[in-house]
Design a protein around this ligand. Structure first.
Ligand SMILES: NC(=O)C1=CN([C@@H]2O[C@H](COP(=O)(O)OP(=O)(O)OC[C@H]3O[C@@H](n4cnc5c(N)ncnc54)[C@H](OP(=O)(O)O)[C@@H]3O)[C@@H](O)[C@H]2O)C=CC1
Ligand SMILES: N[C@@H](CC=O)C(=O)O
Ligand code: NA
Length: 428
């Protein structure tokens, strides 16, 4: 029973959880893999920093290369974040025959195919369950659970920080800035929270899910992204009044082998299972041709949920080590990529307009929709209490993105429309 030696890159929110679980669940873990698991070395930025757990100082180093080059280490667990330097550490680790577990979606979304190719060449494992929806085993589910099905749609609340913010804004009327600060304190937000609130973090996760779900190489540049920084309390109030919850939703779908992947604030009808996912919780809804609707729910960020996935990957690597089957190719993105164009992408829309309060305005507006072939589900006009203008709230039926863009372009030049206040995708 030779112990398996692990090198840890990073001892922040996630790294601390990894140490807690490896130490706290040692008996259970070693009985599953057949040998003790030892965290041999840990790279940190500042080895003098006070930590919330006790670690043997002799294990700490400020030089990640020391971990990578240690011949005793079998598996590298990368939970320090970063892209270019981190990629170099991981590639060198693989070159030296070390298996990799990472929580780093930034890295996997941008360089996943190169890293996985290197892993293949070296017959090593690279597992990255924590990179999408922290504590939810969604990557394993797409690779193994749905290996027999053909996935048509994936919808995900895959960023805990923004779901936490939108929930607090909706339920408590809290301000965007205050809630963001709270999410940072709780360890949910990225080092630079712009990537959370502007949707980039979710886009990276959707690129990973899209690749696994559709077996085609979805790259970050294929994902259209809009974040939540422009979502106002007023928008959230309207959403609730109409029976929707505002969510930052990643949506990946395919029809006839053409795919589209996007991230945007979306009004989700309250009856849909994803509408009730609140706080830091994440959920991934998967629709498969054979299985139909499924949904996976759990904490998407935070120390212990994320570390659970990291350590589960570690267990998987060690089991493979014992069986001598590391480096098996799990998902091959073998399909040529065909992205939908704007004529093929279609969804329902919510539009809030501020307009002149006079006769004929509503007719003029509905005429524009008709001109571009957009059919309407509902239209409500109400006076604006503060201004001598009216508000028109429109929900369309499914409309192509191309025709909606034309409608909105036309509205820009229409004198009776004072302002296109908000436009959101509607789901559910
Ligand atoms: N936080 C979360 O809920 C989740 C995070 N992730 C991902 O996990 C990874 C880690 O996140 P998180 O734990 O929150 O990050 P933290 O910022 O809390 O921790 C980063 C750790 O890495 C160390 N580190 C940073 N740069 C270097 C460097 N150049 N050399 C050596 N050590 C370094 C830091 O050292 P020091 O302690 O000395 O500062 C720290 O221990 C990221 O990729 C993140 O995207 C994924 C899912 C959820
Ligand atoms: N910042 C991310 C952390 C997990 O990936 C989030 O808020 O979901
Ligand atoms: Na996960």
């Amino acid at each position: 029973m030779k112990p398996v030696k692990v090198g840890l890159l990073g001892l922040g929110t996630v790294g601390t959880g990894v140490v807690r679980i490896v130490e706290g669940h040692q008996e259970d873990l070693s009985s599953q893999v057949g040998s003790p698991i030892i965290i041999e070395k840990i790279a940190v930025k500042n080895s003098d920093k006070a930590r919330s757990i006790q670690v043997d100082k002799a294990k700490l180093t400020e030089d990640p290369w020391e971990v990578i080059r240690d011949p005793e280490i079998d598996v590298i667990v990368e939970v320090m974040g970063g892209i270019e330097d981190t990629k170099a550490y991981i590639l060198e680790g693989l070159e030296r025959g070390k298996h990799i577990v990472t929580a780093n979606k930034d890295l996997m979304a941008l360089h996943g195919s190169e890293i996985l190719a290197k892993a293949q060449e070296k017959q090593c494992d690279v597992f990255y369950e924590a990179s999408v929806a922290g504590g939810i085993p969604i990557i394993r589910t797409l690779i193994e659970g749905f290996s027999s099905d053909r996935i048509l749609k994936i919808m995900g609340i895959v960023n805990g920080t923004t779901n936490f913010i939108l929930t607090k804004m909706s339920q408590e009327g809290a301000s965007y800035e205050d809630v963001l600060e709270e999410a940072q304190k709780l360890g949910y937000a990225e080092a630079d929270p712009t990537s959370d609130v502007e949707g980039l973090d979710a886009a990276r996760k959707m690129a990973i899910l899209g690749t696994l779900g559709f077996r085609t190489n979805v790259e970050l540049k294929d994902v259209s992204v809009r974040g939540i920084s422009q979502v106002s309390k007023e928008d959230i109030t309207y959403a609730k009044r109409l029976g929707y919850e505002m969510k930052l939703l990643g949506i990946a779908d395919r029809e006839d082998e053409h795919v589209s992947i996007s991230v945007q604030p979306t009004m989700v009808r309250k009856g849909h299972p994803i509408a009730s996912v609140s706080g830091v919780y994440n959920a991934v809804y998967v629709y498969g041709e054979a299985v139909g609707e499924t949904m996976f729910y759990g904490a998407g960020a935070g120390e212990m949920p994320t570390a659970t996935s990291v350590v589960a990957d570690l267990v998987a690597v060690i089991k493979n080590l014992k069986l001598g089957v590391n480096g098996l190719k799990a998902i091959v993105p073998y399909k040529p990529k065909k992205l939908k164009n704007d004529e093929q992408i279609s969804f329902k829309n919510f539009i809030l307009l501020h307009v002149d309060d006079k006769a004929g305005v509503l007719a003029r507006i509905t005429q524009v929709f008709a001109e571009f072939g957009v059919s309407l589900e509902s239209v409500v006009q109400q006076p604006n209490e503060l201004n001598p203008e009216a508000e028109i709230i429109i929900v369309t039926h499914n409309a192509t993105k191309a025709s909606m863009d034309k409608v909105l372009q036309h509205f820009e030049g229409l004198a009776v429309i004072r302002k296109i206040k908000s436009v959101y995708r509607v789901e559910g």
